[in-house]
Design a protein around this ligand. Structure first.
Ligand code: ZN
Ligand code: ZN
Length: 257
């Protein structure tokens, strides 16, 4: 059974210039399957829009589609464009839909504005509350993207997402996902050290405890050299937490191993 990197961005995403030919060549070198998941953040506050032309995406990429090259999307979940996002993922034949939280109350988590004058507890609770609202409302997603996303950009001495610190908030999210039979993503971008793996492990262990059974693994590559990074670490987390690793093809889960 083939390994899959289920999360990456090529040039249809505002923040990537990767060409699909390069991505495919790299996936063949690594002998893995890949799912392209372009950014679609409707109502994004700017300065640049974070959307792409889905008709053009399928028109240009459909010829590459195969058992090993899949076409997905990463939608930026927010409560003010639920209907538009749902319609989008129902209209087009995406193999896979990642639901992610990049923007909270119309402020990009990437920007310092989101943290200005506020402490970690307050900001992270707001982040998890927004995520809970989204996973509750959004039914069309297959997997919740990077639950630890905020730790990439938060302006605090220790930005890590500790399960023990946000137990109640994280539990609510995991319970909703498990009840709906959704997957939880292991985003490998931050799995750069043993320590980082151990910090995230309790979240995935808890997901299993509340009834979650499947995870997806994705590098979130925006450059060709990043494809496949951390796959081994992601597999280790899944294995230790007894979670099955899946990738989605035509919206259906396939077991990776
Ligand atoms: Zn993302
Ligand atoms: Zn991404």
């Amino acid at each position: 059974m083939m390994l899959f990197d289920s999360h990456m961005h090529t040039c249809f995403s505002t923040d990537s210039q990767m060409l699909i030919d390069e991505a495919i060549a790299r996936s063949q070198e690594l002998n893995i399957g890949i799912t392209i998941t372009e950014h679609m953040d409707l109502n994004y506050p700017g300065p640049l829009p974070f959307i792409f032309d889905v008709n053009q995406y399928f028109a240009e990429y459909n010829k590459y589609r195969s058992g090993n090259i899949l076409l997905g999307i990463e939608i930026g979940m927010r409560s003010d464009c639920l209907a538009e996002n749902c319609q989008l993922v129902e209209t087009y034949p995406f193999d896979y839909v990642i639901g992610s939280v990049h923007v909270v109350d119309n402020i990009d988590i990437y920007t310092s504005d989101f943290y200005q004058g506020r402490n970690k507890q307050e900001v992270y609770r707001q982040y998890f509350n927004a995520m809970l609202q989204c996973v509750t409302c959004y039914d069309g997603i297959h997997s919740l993207g990077h639950i630890d996303y905020i730790a990439r950009y938060a302006r605090y001495a220790d930005p890590e997402v500790y399960y023990s610190e946000f137990r109640e908030h994280i539990d609510e999210i995991l319970i909703v996902l498990a009840r709906k039979g959704k997957a939880l993503e292991i985003n490998t971008r931050r799995l750069v050290s043993k320590e980082a793996i151990e910090i995230l492990m309790p979240i995935y262990r808890r997901f299993y405890e509340v009834g979650g059974r499947s995870v997806t693994i994705g590098s979130d590559a925006h450059r060709v050299t990043e494809i496949g990074r951390g796959l081994a670490e992601g597999l280790e987390i899944a294995d230790r937490c007894k979670l099955k690793v899946v990738y989605f093809k035509d919206g259906q889960p396939h077991y990776m191993k």
